[in-house]
Every structure is written in C-alpha cells, then in structure tokens.
Design a protein. Structure first.
Length: 440
C-alpha cells in the first residue's frame, strides 16, 4: 500500500518549450483528464504526437485507422498520430483459429456466470498473444518516435490507458446490480471478484491500466538514454485513482468510492512508477479526484465527493470567482431547492455511520455491501432529483473544473517531479483554479 502523499504546493517550474515533444500514450476520445495536459503542452509550444488504439474490422481483427479516421483523430488531438494499432488488453486475443477470452465469456448468462469456470491455461496463452502483439506494435511506435524527437529535446510521455472490461452482455447486467443496485437488485462486488469472470476482468484491468505503463517505460529505454545523454529530460506521467481528500467537518479527509474494482490495477500502476523511480526514471502516477465521465457514470454515487469542492473554492481564497461558481450551480437546481440544502445533504451523507466505515485507507479498495448501496445510491438519486434537468447536473460543471485544475498541476510538477505517486486533492485543485481565475 502506497503511503498517502498529497501534493500541497502549486508547482511553478516549466522546462518544456518549442522543440520539445509531448507524447500521448492512449487515444484521445472526447473530453477527459488529459485534455488539460494537452492544453498546457500546446501553450508551451511543444510538438504533440499521439497514438491510436486502432479499430476492429467486421471479423474483430485489429486494424489501423483509415485516412478519414486518421484525419478526424489528428484534428481532435491537434497533432500527429502514429497510425499503428495499440489496443491494450487481451480479451480479444488468441492464437489463430482459437477462441478468444471474449468468446469464452460470451456464453455466460446472468443465471450461470457465478458457477462457470474458465480454462486458465488457455486464458494465459491468449494473454501471451496479446502482450506480444502490444509490445511488437509499441516497438514500431518507438521506432517512429526516434525519428520525431531530436537530440537534446525534452520529452513528456502521458500514459492514459485504462479500462479492460470485456464486451459481453452479461457484465452489463452484473454491473448494474453491483454499482447501481439496491434492495433485491443489489449484488456484492465480492461475488464478482470471487468468480472466474471477475478474476479475468482483474487480470485484464492490470494489463490495460498498469502493465502498459511498464511496457512504455521499458520500450523507450534507448530513446530516453539518447535524449538524456544529449542534454534533454524525459518524464512519464499516468492517471491513477486511490481516493481523494475532500472537506468533511471543515477538514480535508481521505475518502473513496467503493467498490472501485479497478483499484487493484491502479495500485499496480503505482508500484510500476515506484520501481521506475528507483532506477532514476521520472515516472509519476497522479491520483486524481472523482469526476463524472462516460465511463464513470456506471458507478452511481462516485460523483457525491465532487460537491465539497464548492466549499474548498471559497476556503482557499477564491473570492468573486468562487462566488460565481456557486451561482452557476444554483442556477441548475429546480425551483424550491437551494445549494445550501444540497450541501447539507452531502454533509449528512459523509457523517453517516455506514459511510464513515468505508473511510479506511489501509483496506482500500473495499468491497461494497447492501447498507452502503442503500445510502450511496439513494443519496445520488435524491440529489439528481433536485436539478431542473437530469442531463445538466452540478457535478458535470464541477468535473470540468477538476479537469481544468489537474492539467497545469501535472504539467508543471513533471518539470521537476517530487515523488513517484502524488495525490491531487480538493485543496490543491481549488488553490490552482483560484490562482488561474484570480483576475476574473
């Protein structure tokens, strides 16, 4: 278990400039955490290079982007994309003519999945095929980067790969029960983790969210040595999650969403950064706050920790700009409901004995239980009902603020990183946002 290590002071150093290269190791889809980093790299005049996960053809074979797809992706990134498929995970990999793990999982039903067993020797063979495919493609990507990044340049590698849920129908039904279910529809996360399906998912999570960071660091050893020997600096960042300190009872306290199944892979990601750090490689995992995204919306209640950010904005000397954020959030509530009422609900939620039992850092990630689901999912639904429009939520706005704050924090910290694992909590996010908007 990594020691909780929050970033407390806003970093200001910046070594990156025109001629340096920012490499996005993970394809950019829509709006997410990495947009803030890309904005910082662009403002610094860096050359921006990305990769693609590729696409699947009608036979589920991985392929490069078409010219049209590549053009759209490069416009979205605002830079060049190396068009070599870099899909992580091994759920769709197998030796020629053999069944993939997804093929094996597809026969599972909501009635049978808990008892069905997987052929683990076959799964491991598929794993080896997937890892070889990924590493072979990565070697080709790095070969192209060698021709793009000149001697003496600084290079920033931003790892953004995450996920690994296989695309099988049964999992959607299971996820709805584990992460959204209450009462008769509740299912324990431990039930999933103890099943062969759950064990496979954890293995694939490791491969996508964590091991790819290690593969990237290893594959760029020669490139890193060339750049550093010619006067440049090379760093690697990755996005983690390991709970967040938020204001509870007027003090910053660590809390987390439970059950965060990907948490095991995120801890593995931390250990990879720590091992690289011991070798003198500047690799840092930034454990970022909970936000609402397309992928996180499956986790009902994950957004509840966002609301105290409003209080942090005022507490950290936000002034008029902080007041304007409160007003903007007030405008999203239905008539007859106040922001103060909502924040009191969150305060009561965080004081609930069921919830306080889960503020246990050493036991993270904890399994969920029926009592937690009742309080967390219920509170999430009640707060959503306070809004004028359930498609225009306060948490959407607050998520955008968190994204805005993390970009400059990560970018400037990586000019002279202080540790292999850092937490970006609500205090430093609020301080950063207030500093950015001090003239507003």
């Amino acid at each position: 278990m990594t020691e909780l290590n929050p970033l407390r002071e806003i970093p200001t150093q910046n070594i990156f400039k025109k001629g340096d290269v920012f490499v996005l190791f993970g394809e950019l889809f829509g709006r997410g955490y990495v947009n803030g980093l890309i904005d910082q790299a662009r403002d610094a005049g860096m050359t921006i290079v990305g990769i693609t996960v590729g696409r699947r053809d009608e036979h589920n074979k991985l392929r490069s982007l078409t010219d049209e797809e590549l053009s759209i992706a490069e416009d979205n990134l605002g830079g060049r994309i190396i068009n070599i498929p870099m899909m992580a995970g091994f759920d769709l990999d197998a030796a020629e003519g053999e069944a993939t793990p997804t093929d094996l999982l597809s026969s599972m039903t909501i009635k049978t999945w808990q008892d069905e067993k997987l052929d683990w020797a076959h799964i491991e063979a598929c794993h080896e095929v997937g890892v070889k495919r990924f590493k072979d493609s990565l070697a080709q990507v790095v070969a192209q980067l060698e021709g793009i990044i000149p001697d003496g340049a600084n290079a920033y590698f931003a790892h953004t790969m995450a996920g690994g849920i296989p695309k099988v129908k049964v999992f959607l039904a299971i996820a709805n029960r584990i992460y959204k279910g209450r009462g008769a529809r509740f299912m324990s996360s431990r039930t999933l983790l103890d099943s062969d399906l759950g064990k496979f998912i954890l293995k694939n999570f490791d491969e996508v969210s964590a091991n790819t960071f290690q593969y990237l660091i290893e594959a760029t050893d020669a490139l890193r040595n060339r750049l550093e020997n010619s006067g440049g600096k090379v760093c690697y960042s990755a996005y983690g999650y390991h709970g967040t300190e938020i204001l509870i009872n007027d003090a910053y306290q660590w809390q987390s969403y439970s059950n965060y199944t990907q948490g095991y892979a995120k801890m593995r990601l931390e250990s990879i950064a720590e091992a690289a750090w011991e070798r003198g490689i500047k690799a840092t995992v930034f454990n970022c706050p909970e936000i609402r995204t397309n992928s996180s919306d499956i986790f009902a209640g994950v957004e509840l920790s966002l609301f105290p950010l409003l209080i942090s904005l005022k507490r950290e000397n936000g002034g008029q700009w902080a007041e304007s954020q409160w007003e903007r959030c007030r405008e999203l509530l239905a008539e007859g409901h106040s922001l103060e009422e909502l924040l009191q609900t969150i305060e009561d939620y965080n004081a609930n004995g069921v919830i306080t039992e889960f503020r246990n850092y050493q036991s993270w990630p904890m399994d969920n239980n029926e009592a937690l689901a009742e309080v967390m999912v219920g509170t999430s639904g009640n707060i959503t009902a306070l809004h004028k429009d359930n498609k225009a939520l306060i948490t959407e706005h607050l998520s955008g603020l968190v994204l805005e704050g993390t970009g400059p924090l990560m970018f400037h910290e990586m000019s002279a990183p202080s540790a292999p694992v850092l937490w970006l909590n609500h205090d430093i996010i609020a301080k950063t946002l207030n500093a950015m908007h001090s003239a507003d």
